[in-house]
Design a binder for this molecule. Structure first.
Ligand SMILES: [Zn+2]
Ligand SMILES: [Zn+2]
Length: 131
């Protein structure tokens, strides 16, 4: 679990906004929500997000250009984080799959590929939207 006691006020506000959100939020949505708390400039939000992503408390979902709070509160280390993204309702489910991790690791060592941070974004329909 990442230590959150060193977060600045802005970082904590941004994290709270993401933790309370139903789904992923873009930086401008976060700014809108935090205006009453005194945040005015997009840069304040971006700076806080950068740090939160670095700490592993928040993940960036590239295909949506949006951010989510880490749902597990775990320290991911080098493992691959997967997101199942529902294109209908926007629900995002985060998971880690040891078997996938294992196979990916095997491929990388076979090809002497030194992989960096890996995020898997799976788009489709969630259970209730597919029904
Ligand atoms: Zn996570
Ligand atoms: Zn859905």
């Amino acid at each position: 679990m990442t230590d959150t006691s060193t977060l600045t006020r802005n970082q904590r506000l941004v994290l709270d906004a993401l933790e309370g959100a139903e789904g992923p939020l873009g930086a401008y949505r976060i700014l809108e929500e935090l205006r009453p708390n005194g945040l005015r400039a997009p840069l304040q939000v971006y700076r806080a997000l950068d740090r939160l992503v670095e700490l592993g408390l928040v993940h960036r979902i590239e295909c949506l250009n949006a951010f989510v709070a880490c749902s597990a509160g775990h320290d991911h280390g080098g493992e691959t984080i997967a997101f199942a993204i529902c294109e209908e309702c926007g629900r995002v489910t985060e998971f880690v799959d040891p078997e996938f991790e294992h196979r990916l690791g095997a491929w990388c060592s076979r090809h002497a590929f030194r992989r960096g941070k890996t995020t898997l974004e799976i788009r489709g329909l969630c259970e209730s939207c597919a029904a």
